[in-house]
Design a protein around this ligand. Structure first.
Ligand code: HEC
Ligand code: HEC
Ligand code: HEC
Ligand code: HEC
Ligand code: HEC
Ligand code: HEC
Length: 352
């Protein structure tokens, strides 16, 4: 990707024979999930690979990582000009028009839709190939809460700068989508990491969880269509946290360092507690995310294979989408207009 104004490809038509292997149903609610579900790609090699990077003289990808003879790059495959969020088996994270049923991570539509103005930047992570660096949070300042650690030009400074310019621990460079989806394994179900989310300090540093086979496309209407995230209520430190806990919170904290380290320590809080058990009593007792799940405020579980109410924890993803949303700060709900039982009141049931 050389350009930052790339537009979604038309419906990813080359993946017509694509078949998902996600026939395993995740059973939640009464029957709790007990296996880690993975999904690897199927279909003709030529759906996704090109041997000479040219066919019938058509234009092909000439930039980007391009190391595996792919006919497109991350953004190209995972975007769509339609409002559909699964196109020929490809989970779509960036639609050119408002998405119908955004997936679990949200969507990059809102951050990109105005052509990348400062006003749009608040709706998501600014990512290479989709938007320019954030106008409000400059690369020189880096990820909010980074404790001063930006590592020069790197993903800690911005996910929207040219990945080729981002030195990586252990050599090479990374950025954009791969600032978070550090090691993709589209062909390999044996990899334990949730959604290809991995750190780059130690080999054990990756996110664990149970993957909803259709990426929560119907989560709003079907409460069984949900990911189950791993959570922790132990104290961990930056650099070692993801390896030790394998949680999405520790993953986010890899860049947003202070947002965990100095929160969740003790009451009185200086930031909203995170990685804290959701009490079973008082106002919190009225929200049982197992039987009365709300996609507005999902929780993580100490053991995602056996989710228990007593082991439900607040995670970054309880309030935020990972990619972007139609709300400032990538929130899961409209902070200025919350009805009873929604948004903050999902957990703070008596504060409405
Ligand atoms: C639906 C898209 C898709 C199809 C179909 C597909 N691939 Fe891939 N392949 C990918 C992607 C994406 C990668 C990128 C790197 C990764 O995720 O490992 C990849 C990576 C690879 C790699 C390098 C990494 C590795 O895992 O060894 C090889 C070799 C490969 N593919 C061979 C094939 C062959 C042979 C076929 C046909 C049997 C095929 N692929 C079909 C998407 C596809
Ligand atoms: C040739 C098209 C193609 C390219 C290029 C491609 N993907 Fe994918 N990707 C797919 C398809 C198809 C799936 C769904 C099948 C699956 O679950 O693996 C998928 C699934 C995913 C998932 C969800 C995995 C899961 O556990 O469900 C992530 C995350 C992802 N891709 C990220 C990336 C990133 C990052 C890149 C660039 C390094 C990339 N993809 C490049 C086609 C592609
Ligand atoms: C690889 C580094 C990295 C990781 C991991 C990361 N972020 Fe960020 N985040 C950034 C950077 C850089 C910015 C500032 C630029 C921007 O907004 O994209 C940012 C900005 C944000 C913002 C403010 C958005 C805005 O523009 O106002 C939120 C909210 C956020 N991140 C939440 C999260 C959550 C939740 C996670 C975990 C799912 C996460 N981040 C993981 C690097 C990261
Ligand atoms: C700031 C980190 C971050 C960046 C940057 C990022 N992702 Fe993700 N992505 C995540 C997380 C975390 C999830 C899991 C969301 C969940 O389950 O709530 C995810 C989920 C996904 C999925 C599964 C569908 C879904 O919504 O759950 C796909 C596909 C995907 N990402 C592709 C991409 C592509 C392509 C890019 C670049 C355009 C990208 N991601 C950039 C963190 C990131
Ligand atoms: C209880 C809900 C909640 C949880 C949990 C939560 N956040 Fe937030 N976050 C918010 C809200 C609301 C805002 C908007 C600003 C505000 O109200 O302070 C925000 C703002 C942010 C910002 C933007 C800050 C800025 O300077 O622009 C980042 C980055 C962020 N959160 C990251 C995280 C990370 C990382 C985690 C997990 C360690 C996390 N949040 C957990 C609700 C939450
Ligand atoms: C996923 C559940 C969840 C969501 C969503 C949530 N909270 Fe909380 N909140 C908690 C928990 C758990 C505590 C800590 C309770 C304790 O002290 O043991 C807490 C504590 C607080 C406190 C401190 C209370 C005290 O006693 O000091 C405030 C203030 C607060 N939340 C506001 C908010 C706001 C505002 C939102 C929406 C932006 C929000 N919360 C969303 C679970 C949640």
């Amino acid at each position: 990707m050389k350009t930052t104004t790339h537009f979604p490809v038309q419906g990813n038509k080359y993946l017509t024979t694509k078949i998902l292997t996600t026939l395993v149903l995740i059973l939640v609610g009464a029957t709790l999930p007990c296996t880690i579900v993975q999904a690897s790609v199927k279909g003709a090699c030529s759906d996704c690979h090109t041997m000479h990077n040219s066919q019938d003289g058509s234009a092909v990808v000439t930039s980007g990582t391009g190391t595996t003879l792919l006919i497109d790059n991350c953004v190209g495959c995972h975007s769509s000009a339609t409002n559909q969020t699964i196109v020929n088996g490809i989970p779509i994270v960036w639609n050119a028009v408002p998405p119908n049923n955004p997936l679990a991570g949200g969507n990059f539509y809102w951050i990109a839709q105005g052509g990348g103005s400062a006003a749009d930047d608040v709706f998501g992570h600014n990512v290479w190939g989709i938007s320019a660096p954030d106008h409000n949070i400059l690369p020189s300042a880096g990820a909010p809460g980074n404790g001063g650690f930006t590592c020069g030009t790197s993903c800690h400074a911005s996910l929207a700068t040219d990945p080729a310019l981002n030195p990586d621990v252990g050599g090479g460079s990374r950025g954009g989508c791969q600032g978070c989806h550090y090691e993709v394994a589209h062909h390999d179900d044996s990899k334990p990491w949730f959604r290809f989310l991995k750190g780059h300090i130690t080999t054990g540093a990756y996110v664990e969880g149970i993957e909803a086979p259709t990426w929560e496309q119907n989560a709003i209407t079907d409460s069984t269509d949900r990911n189950v995230y791993r959570g922790t209520d132990t104290t961990y430190t930056w650099g070692a946290g993801l390896n030790a806990t394998k949680t999405a919170s520790a993953f986010c904290q890899g860049c947003h360092i202070d947002f965990h380290q100095k929160m969740g320590v003790s009451n009185p809080w200086i930031r909203h507690p995170n990685d804290i058990l959701l009490p079973e009593s008082s106002e919190y007792g009225a929200y049982d995310p197992i039987t009365d799940y709300s996609n507005e405020a999902p929780v993580a579980y100490l053991d995602p294979a056996v989710p228990a109410r007593a082991e439900a924890v607040v995670t970054c993803l309880s309030c935020h989408r990972a990619h972007g949303s139609d709300q400032p700060d990538m929130l899961r709900w409209d902070y200025t207009n919350m009805a009873a039982g929604t948004g903050c009141y999902t957990c703070h049931t008596t504060k409405y």
